[in-house]
Structures are given as structure tokens and as C-alpha cells.
Design a binder for this molecule. Sequence first.
Ligand code: FAD
Length: 292
Amino acid sequence: MVRIEYVEAASSDEVLAALSQWGPDARLIAGGTDVLMDIRRGKYTPPVLIGITEIPELQGIRPTEGGLWIGAVTTHHAVTMSPLVLERYPVLASASGKVGSHQIRNVATIGGNICNAVPCADTAPALLALDAQAHVLGPEGKRVLPLDGFFAGPGRSVLARNELLLGFVLPDRLAGAGGSYHKHSWREALDIQMCGAAVVLTADPGDCRCLEARIALGTAGPVPRRADAAEAALKGAVVNEELASELGRIAAAEARPRTSARATEEYRREMIEVLVKRAILDALAHIKGARS
Ligand SMILES: Cc1cc2nc3c(=O)[nH]c(=O)nc-3n(C[C@H](O)[C@H](O)[C@H](O)COP(=O)(O)OP(=O)(O)OC[C@H]3O[C@@H](n4cnc5c(N)ncnc54)[C@H](O)[C@@H]3O)c2cc1C
């Protein structure tokens, strides 16, 4: 049996000190729902796991300068139940609510979902569509990264091995915008997405002309990504069913899904078209509902 040490960090400084002491093979562990599976599968065997869930700086959801702060170790359950998230960024509450099952959401964190950096991470399209900024701490100090640019490849982010994700800021600018996240999987619970789509849009309440739009896709390429061409076609256009169908087609054409055991490339592309259309119409209904 392999022995793995465990260190419980009480502050972000203690995390950096432990990372420096143990070197690049050390692993941070939050909820452990990815890390422990990876260790069990033999993907890696770290000499030490550094626990980060007790660090106050990484916890909680609260208003901050320019937006809403969501600490990296916030569980998906806490995200789905937060009145601030539900009221201001419901697309994220919806995405967190689609992760795994109640048992998984009770321990799994939003930071772990993003740092794991897989294309099927449910909160990635929602955070991308919300223009989230990742706050990161390393030996050189703090840096702020737009989430668009955080993912470097399947299972890889731009975080260095000696850096810690502190949390995310969602901009005030998009608070209350219409938003929707759709995930396609064989089962409702405990199933990884075949593909996913999140839409966040603001529109003129009078004629439904789109003012600002974000469309982001999951499992539509090696990393979660924005659908740039579809976004460009949406901006400034009057949002209706016909346009939503067209934008679904554009997003499907620009997506780069692959064939895997879960679904073929062709099937994923078809479903991306459907999900983007649904998400746009839902976001529009959200805007109309808020107006009436
Ligand atoms: C049965 C099951 C079902 C699942 N279903 C889904 C699903 O439907 N959708 C989905 O998206 N995911 C799913 N997952 C994957 C997993 O639950 C999520 O990715 C979860 O959000 C990971 O969070 P965690 O806190 O458990 O991360 P951990 O396992 O603790 O960490 C994940 C990775 O991130 C790193 N890390 C964690 N926090 C930080 C930080 N603050 N700074 C730097 N690095 C950090 C860790 O070192 C590790 O590499 C499922 C997992 C299981 C076991």
C-alpha cells in the first residue's frame, strides 16, 4: 500500500509553504471527488495531499468590489442554494445543480471543478458565459485571470503547480441578465455531460434586441470554450425563435467535438445546435419574465 501524507492548511500562506516544501508532485485537495478518483485509478500518486477547505479566504459567497465573490472551496450545494447567486446569476446555480448527485454536490467545490480543467466540467460554460475572473495566489503574489484563457488543454489549466485558486468574481454588469444552462447526458443524475451550453444575454426590454451576449460550450473541443461566431451574430440582433435556430447552427459549426465512448462527434454537434437554441430561448423568456 502506498503511503500519502495529509496536511491541513489553515491559510493560503500555509498552502504556498507546503507546496514549496513538498515540490511539484504535491496535490491540493478540496472536496476530493476528482483527486481521490484519480489516485484510485492510478493516474498519479502524490507524496502529500494538502487540504484547503478550512481556509477562510477561500470560502463563501459575498458582494465584492465590481461583482460577486465566490470562494474556490464553495460547494456546488452552497452555490445552488445561495440567494445571491439565484437572484443575480441563476445560470451558475443551474450549472452547479447539475453536477453529479446530492452527495457529490455536498462536498465537491466550484474551484475543484474548474481546476480539474476537463471539457465536461458543468460550471465551466456558465462561468465563461458570465465573464468570470479567477483570482489566483502564487509565490509572486496575486494575479487575476479571465476564465476565457484559463484552460490550456484537456485536464490542464494555466495555473502553475505552486499556485492556488482563491475564487472567482462575477461582474455586476451581468447581474440579473437572462441566462440558461443546458446539459445533455444519458441520465439526469450522476452522469457526465455529452455536451453542454450556457447563454447569458442582456436585451432591450422593448424590442428584445440583444445588447450583450455570451455563449459558452462544454465538451465541444479540448477545453470549455466560447462560441465566438454565434455570439457575434447574436449581438445587436432581435432575439426570436428563428434567430435562436440559426445561432444553434452557427455554434454547432464552430464547435470542435470529438467522438468518444459517450457520443460521436456528429451526435454532439447535433445536440450542441439543440442546446444552444434552447438556452437562448430560455434566456429570452427569463428577460421577458423579469419585465412582466
Ligand atoms: C460520481 C461522480 C460524479 C460526478 N459528476 C460530475 C458532473 O455531473 N459534472 C461535473 O462537472 N463533474 C462531475 N464530477 C467531477 C467532480 O465532482 C467535480 O469536478 C468537482 O467539482 C470537483 O471538485 P472537488 O472539490 O471535489 O475537487 P478535488 O477533487 O478536490 O480537486 C480537483 C482538482 O483541482 C485541484 N484543485 C482543487 N481546488 C483547487 C484550488 N483552490 N486551487 C488550485 N487547484 C485546486 C486539485 O488539486 C485537483 O487537481 C463527478 C465526480 C464523481 C466522483
